[in-house]
Design a protein around this ligand. Structure first.
Ligand SMILES: [Ca+2]
Ligand SMILES: [Ca+2]
Length: 655
């Protein structure tokens, strides 16, 4: 995304007439815009560069709203009472869950360690059955600017387009209650399609109650009309044809784009913190770049992730999307490996997970991928493998491996329903993977683990941001270290019988360490544990928190695309004391994350609020340093807080 930055600190006011420069310093000629952005955008320019899209310390919990908790029975019958089943027997009908139910359970979630909740879409839906199913999942939208009346109070106004005084729906109270608890709301959105053919109507779309499009009477070309996808290897079809009979939007139509962007901005204005975007592989990347860029302009600290279904690090298009669309993705590759290794107890075991993590270099931001073990489109993990200890092990892996963990609702209560449980790994178990939440026990092993490990993710930056180093692997046992600066986290997981590992490197300081989960004590000497005893299906987690980076302003610098050999180091140098005043001996070191990514938190005090210049350099033993092949990069350091640099190594032709 390109952001406009003021060159001088006194030009922070958006009404100032000072010059603005385009951020990207790699362009050969610095593009200078002599007037500020148009006043109607009303952007707080300081906001643009003092915020950090940093979600890596979060623990996400994914809720199918209708199936969580019924906090308000007055909304259950909705506009069409036939779609409601009070007996919770008909899986395709609404069962009564709503936003009040989520408010009622926020303390339960907070105590679990959840810091962000992802809710299935809250938009108004078609009120008809399609193949015996109502739109309980929220993916058949009728009006992207209105709330589903089944989720709010019966007398709430469903329109999002409200003045501040008018905002007091249960949705607004949910936002307030979340933020009061330092929790975030991830809104699930769909840009690819509206609704399927129900009762003779298809794709009837409304703009805050006003009908604007209709698939069967598509005068203004809001939809594609190419029929169903028949060849899933054909990219054109995947992007332009229909998915399960859903009316698919024509993104070439600027009216459609303006509608969807304005709708999502209204949700952001109402307090939504992050977006989860449905079916991203079904729209061209240019659409997503335009969309995410505009969302960041509107709300610079919004976090966005996309669902590229069954993404895999070897899938070039999924990787290209992840690195260029302006959002991270749900990590299906790792999900499937965990399900195969632990759920299906595949003979290759942890090597399957190793194989996926070995491809992390394909992504620019592997530590920002959203990791999970099941979701609403596949069998719950325990339908694959009912063993509660194996589920616990999978959750421990999820909470400590690289990426941002996302738990499917009920995992901590061992919630699952095994109706039609065939075709286990990939089989679509919808709707039986969406049972009503039944118990709220805060004493289950997984509930307590998640609580501890969510805290660990916040406390120990090695777990949230660090690199991951495999230390020992067999099909049954997996030991790894998360590393960031002098912080470490050692994890040992055993899916098999009790075992003793002769010796394993932990990188921990020499002393006695206590397992975060079990309270067991382990002596570390020369960084190693000798005769590490692991009980059957046990996980051990040892944490050492080093010194945190503190400063008036912290820059989180991520550098991609620099190819290094073992022993080589990457540093950042610049024209300020924090970056060594161009003296390589005083340059600030980055940390190796993987062969594509280096990362550092750089403290700025003296130069906070000032314009600085910088570039990266590669230090090589026995040969001269290699500096980036450009004049330099420039940035105004925010006066306080945290910012992110996402840079790509600018190499010379001889490299
Ligand atoms: Ca209800
Ligand atoms: Ca499409």
């Amino acid at each position: 995304m390109s952001k406009y930055l003021p060159m001088e600190s006194e030009s922070l006011s958006p009404t100032s007439s000072s010059q603005y420069e385009v951020k990207n310093p790699q362009s050969k000629i610095e593009e200078v815009v002599t007037s500020p952005p148009p006043p109607e955008t009303d952007i707080d320019l300081e906001f643009l560069f003092t915020r950090d899209i940093e979600f890596r310390q979060e623990t996400i919990y994914f809720i199918v709203v209708d199936r969580f908790f019924d906090g308000d029975s007055n909304n259950n019958e909705g506009p069409n009472p036939e779609l409601y089943d009070p007996t919770n027997q008909e899986w395709g009908k609404y069962w009564g869950g709503d936003l009040q139910g989520i408010i009622d359970k926020l303390d339960y979630l907070k105590n679990l360690g959840v810091t962000a909740i992802w809710l299935t879409p809250l938009f108004e839906q078609v009120e008809d059955l399609f193949i015996e199913s109502a739109a309980i999942h929220g993916y058949w939208t009728k009006d992207f600017k209105r709330l589903n009346p089944r989720f709010i109070a019966a007398d709430d106004d469903p329109s999002l387009n409200k003045t501040q005084e008018e905002k007091n729906t249960v949705f607004d109270r949910l936002i307030t209650e979340l933020h009061k608890r330092q929790m975030k709301l991830v809104l699930d959105i769909v840009c690819n399609h509206s609704s399927p053919d129900t009762g003779g109507s298809k794709g009837e779309l409304y703009d805050d109650g006003v009908k604007i499009a209709d698939f069967h009477d598509d005068k203004n070309h809001w939809y594609h009309h190419y029929g169903e996808v028949t060849d899933w290897e054909n990219d054109w079809q995947v992007q332009n044809c229909e998915l399960a009979g859903l009316a698919t939007f024509n993104e070439n139509n600027i009216q459609y784009r303006n509608y969807i962007k304005s709708a999502i901005k209204q949700w952001l204005d109402r307090g939504v913190d992050a977006l989860r975007v449905d079916t991203v592989k079904h729209m061209p990347i240019w659409f997503w770049q335009e969309f995410t860029g505009e969302m960041y302009n509107h709300k610079p600290d919004v976090f966005i992730c996309g669902e590229w279904i069954y993404s895999h690090p070897e899938d070039d298009r999924a990787v290209e999307f992840t690195n260029n669309a302006g959002m991270t993705i749900l990590d299906f590759g790792l999900c499937m490996a965990i399900r195969q290794a632990l759920g299906a107890q595949d003979d290759k075991g942890f090597y399957l997970i190793h194989d996926i993590l070995d491809l992390d270099y394909r992504y620019n931001g592997a530590t920002e991928l959203i990791t999970f073990i099941d979701n609403h489109d596949m069998h719950r993990f325990q339908t694959l493998n009912p063993d509660a200890d194996i589920l616990r092990l999978a959750v421990n892996l999820l909470m400590t491996t690289r990426g941002i963990p996302c738990l499917f609702y009920g995992t901590e209560q061992y919630l699952h329903n095994d109706t039609n449980a065939d075709e286990k790994i990939y089989g679509n178990n919808d709707p039986y993977n969406r049972p009503m939440m039944e118990s709220w026990d805060t004493d289950t092993a997984i509930y307590k683990d998640v609580r501890k490990l969510s805290g660990l993710r916040r406390l120990n930056p090695a777990v949230s941001m660090g690199s991951q180093w495999e230390k020992y692997i067999t099909p049954d046992v997996y030991c790894y270290v998360r590393r960031y600066r002098d912080s470490r986290c050692f994890v040992a997981l055993n899916r098999g019988d009790a075992v003793i590992i002769e010796e394993v490197d932990t990188e921990l300081p020499d002393r006695e360490h206590t397992c975060v989960l079990t309270g067991r004590k382990f002596e570390v000497q020369d960084g190693k544990i000798v005769n590490l005893e692991l009980d059957a299906k046990q996980g051990i987690i040892l944490s050492h928190v080093g010194e945190r980076v503190k400063a008036q302003t912290i820059v989180r610098a991520q550098l991609n695309g620099v190819r290094t050999l073992p022993g080589e180091r990457v540093v950042v140098i610049g024209d300020c004391p924090e970056l060594g005043n161009w003296d390589l001996a005083k340059a600030y070191p980055l940390e190796y994350i993987n062969s594509n990514t280096w990362f550092a938190e750089i403290p700025f005090n003296e130069s906070a609020g000032k314009l600085i210049s910088y570039k990266y350099a590669l230090l090589r033993e026995g040969t001269s340093p290699l500096r980036e092949n450009l004049v330099f990069r420039r940035w105004v350091i925010a006066s306080e807080g945290t910012v992110k640099w996402r840079d790509t190594w600018a190499s010379g032709g001889d490299f």
